[in-house]
Design a protein around this ligand. Structure first.
Ligand code: ADP
Ligand code: MG
Length: 231
């Protein structure tokens, strides 16, 4: 719950800002996103999407402004924030020298999933992301789409309240992209998780098709935000 209202918030930001020298990577964004469903953060390359996500996941300290995630302040209560969130970074993060199952086991331990629950949670995540038949395959042999699905499976093991996904489908072919979308659409109802994902805004001359796809993907979403600074 957010302090003075009764509406549960996945996150809220108040003039959240990140500067690198003279570069304003994120420039005083303020918004509140209610829990439940999928929230999309759209913007061109360099608009500040990843930086925003990194501040919300406590990986980067804001230069100024405040943010609360799952009811906790990102600067004053970082441990509480981390306990209630999952995060899949933009860059691949799964260990290619381990199997899918072994990667999931490491994450189950990192996220402190109680030992008696681990095997069941791993099994559920593998099934949910359609990875059962690949559980004992080395991740180095996975396609890009399978790897992304594994990274999302890793991030859901502790049933996070808010799941941050930075460009979860970039670089995937359309079939792999739709496989990821379909599963993401089902996740909020399945776990009561709010998904916050970033996706590049289609360029002006760029594809109408891509914009249609983004609209479709976010069809059940509560709100979408255009980071307009770099548009
Ligand atoms: N560590 C950094 N040092 C300096 N500038 C950075 C750093 N990280 C990001 N930036 C700059 O901040 C802006 C926003 O970057 P980023 O959040 O990665 O955008 P996006 O994810 O929307 O592509 C860009 O202009 C980028 O060059
Ligand atoms: Mg980015």
């Amino acid at each position: 719950m957010d302090g003075d209202t009764q509406v549960p918030m996945a996150f809220s930001a108040d003039r959240l800002t990140k500067r690198y020298g003279t570069v304003r990577a994120v420039d005083a964004i303020s918004l509140s996103v209610p829990a439940c469903g999928i929230f999309g953060l759209l913007g061109r390359n360099g608009a500040g999407k990843s930086t925003t996500i990194k501040m919300l996941t406590t990986l980067l300290p804001p230069t100024s402004g405040t943010a609360r995630v799952a009811g906790f302040d990102v600067v004053r209560q970082p441990v509480d924030v981390r306990r209630h969130i999952g995060y899949v970074p933009q860059m691949p993060s799964a260990d290619v020298d381990l199997t899918g199952y072994e990667n999931l086991l490491i994450f189950a331990k990192l996220y402190v999933v109680p030992r008696p629950l681990r095997a069941g949670r791993i099994d559920d995540a593998l099934s949910f992301m359609g990875l059962q038949e690949h559980r004992n395959t080395l991740v180095g042999r996975y396609s890009g789409g399978l790897r992304r699905r594994l990274e999302i499976a890793q991030s859901m093991l502790h049933h996070p309240q808010v799941l941050f996904l930075d460009e979860p489908t970039e670089g995937l072919d359309p079939v792999a992209r739709h496989a990821v979308w379909d599963r993401l659409q089902a996740l909020p109802a399945q776990l009561g998780t709010t998904i916050v994902l970033t996706t590049p805004a289609p360029s002006r001359k760029g594809s109408r098709k891509r914009l249609t796809e983004v609209r479709l993907m976010l069809r059940r979403l509560a709100i979408s935000l255009l980071l307009t600074r770099a548009l």
